[in-house]
Design a protein around this ligand. Structure first.
Ligand SMILES: [Zn+2]
Length: 134
C-alpha cells in the first residue's frame, strides 16, 4: 500500500527482465539451429565442402550447448519466481541460509549461496533443487 516500493515487485521485475532477455536469445539460437539444420541436410546430397560442414557441425554443437545453458537459466528464473511467490526468495536451496544481497542483485535467480554453488561446481553433480528436506 502507499507509495513505498515493494521489494518483491522490484525483484519480480528484475526476474522478468532476465527471463525476457534469456528467452529472446534462446529463440534466436533455436532459429539459427533450425536454419543450419536445413542447410546442412541440403548439402548432404550435393556433398561439397566437407571442411565447411565440419565447421558448421562444430558451430551447431556450440549453439546447442549454449541453448541448453539458456534453457537451464530460464528454468532457474522461473524457479526463483516461484520462490518469490512462496516467500522463500533469497534463501539458499541447499543450506537454507540467506543468500548475499549483492549476489542477488547481480543474479536474482540465484538458488544457492556462493559457498554452496562453489561446492556444487566443484564436482558434486547431480544435486537437485527438488530435494529439499522438510
Ligand atoms: Zn548455501
Amino acid at each position: 500500500m502507499g507509495t513505498q516500493t515493494d521489494p518483491r515487485k522490484v525483484i519480480l521485475s528484475a526476474l522478468e527482465d532476465e527471463e525476457r532477455v534469456l528467452s529472446h536469445e534462446l529463440e534466436r539460437l533455436r532459429e539459427g539451429l533450425r536454419d543450419s539444420l536445413r542447410e546442412t541436410s541440403g548439402e548432404m546430397t550435393v556433398e561439397n565442402h566437407p571442411g565447411d560442414v565440419g565447421t558448421e557441425t562444430y558451430e551447431r554443437e556450440k549453439d546447442l550447448g549454449r541453448a541448453r545453458y539458456l534453457e537451464a537459466q530460464v528454468a532457474e528464473v522461473v524457479a526463483a519466481r516461484h520462490r518469490l511467490a512462496a516467500g522463500e526468495f533469497g534463501v539458499c536451496q541447499a543450506c537454507g541460509r540467506r543468500i548475499d544481497p549483492g549476489r542477488l542483485a547481480v543474479r536474482p535467480q540465484s538458488a544457492l549461496c556462493l559457498e554452496c554453488e562453489e561446492r556444487n561446481e566443484g564436482g558434486a553433480r547431480g544435486w537437485a533443487p527438488e530435494e529439499t528436506h522438510r
